[in-house]
Design a protein around this ligand. Structure first.
Ligand code: PHE
Length: 336
């Protein structure tokens, strides 16, 4: 077999230099590596060899094929065939242009922008705060004392002693109130971090904080704003329910539910058969928080609320696993 391959190579080398037209090039190609070319015939003979011989001969055969292909390519690229060859690969001005594929906005960004624009129309402006916070801003100023369970190492990522990745957007309330005098109406979207990961929790997720402070702000203002907001996000006639709750930085506090968007209150898997979905936490700003920022609680009142953006996006788009948002699988992302 080896001798046969040597012979093929010698013959090829003697014929190759005389190729000067595309037709001759085609013929050379088919004589050697075409379906009925010398190499294909040699390949058929492999069958009659022992496995060891086959392996050895197969390698030589392959080397020769690679050699012949590269020589053919050289001749094709060479000057003699250039005019023909180049017309074949030339720029064709009659072809339609290639469209630039546009990306799309991440569902979390889409929902964030939608919520911002709703609150913008209600007179709220957007504020931001740092993601790395001192314990003072994340906890103390928000009336969360040292022994509070929310400070547990299990929930909070500590960067170093006294410094944490913020566990909620509420510290932005403190920064804003330290820097501005009331009246104020702000929302603060951003990333928050908690040491938690499963089908409905990721270690990083997004919240939107809201804060309104003025003279005479009452719980009914909070109810009115939440009603307006949630009707816009989930559609007119979305029913709301306020449940008493507890947050150290609001008093009274409430959790706001909407009637389940999947079953319209009938009870299903998504709402755990209750007919209601918990959407956000809210309440009247606790006087202790006003004291921390030197606002006089006798003069000013306000409400605050906080919601998880991924949760809203999951309900709006019918997504069951929060982790999908951060796997960057294009088959998922392209649907938005
Ligand atoms: N910060 C709270 C949380 O992360 C939400 C909240 C914000 C509740 C503002 C009341 C007022 O769960």
């Amino acid at each position: 077999m080896q001798d046969q391959l040597k012979q093929i190579r010698i013959e090829f080398d003697s014929q190759a230099p005389s190729v000067s037209t595309p037709e001759q090039w085609q013929r050379l190609r088919s004589d050697y590596i075409g379906k009925k070319g010398s190499l294909s015939l040699a390949m058929k003979e492999l069958k009659s060899l022992t496995p060891d011989q086959k392996r050895e001969a197969g390698k030589h055969l392959n080397d020769l094929k690679v050699y012949i292909e590269s020589r053919l390519k050289e001749i094709e690229d060479g000057s003699v065939l250039q005019p023909k060859a180049s017309t074949r690969s030339a720029f064709d001005p009659t072809l339609p242009g290639r469209r630039q594929a546009f990306g799309s906005q991440h569902p979390v960004t889409q929902v964030t922008e939608e919520i911002i624009s709703i609150f913008y129309s209600l007179g709220f402006s957007v504020e931001e705060g740092p993601e790395i916070e001192t314990e003072y801003y994340n906890f103390e100023a928000l009336n969360i004392p040292k022994e509070h369970p929310a400070r547990d190492m299990q929930d909070t990522f500590y960067v170093e002693e006294e410094t944490v990745l913020r566990t909620h957007t509420s510290p932005v309330q403190i920064h804003v109130m330290e820097n501005c005098r009331p009246p104020l109406r702000i929302i603060a979207p951003g990333k928050v971090y908690r040491c938690d990961s499963d089908i409905s929790h990721t270690p990083m997720f997004h919240q939107i904080e809201g804060l309104m402070v003025d003279k005479g702000v009452s719980f009914s203002h909070l109810k009115g704003i939440m009603d307006q907001f949630l009707q816009k996000v989930f559609g007119a006639n979305t029913k709301l329910r306020f449940r008493p709750s507890f947050f150290p930085f609001t008093c009274p506090s409430a959790e706001v539910d909407i009637q389940c968007v999947m079953c319209k209150g009938q009870g299903c898997r998504v709402c755990s058969q209750t007919g209601w979905l918990e959407i956000l936490g809210a309440g009247m700003v606790d006087p202790a928080v006003f004291n921390a920022v030197n606002y006089d609680p006798e003069e000013w009142t306000g409400f605050a609320f906080g919601l998880g953006i991924e949760r809203i996006a999951m309900l709006k788009f019918g997504i069951h696993d929060i982790r999908l948002f951060y796997e960057n699988d294009l088959r998922f992302l392209k649907q938005f």
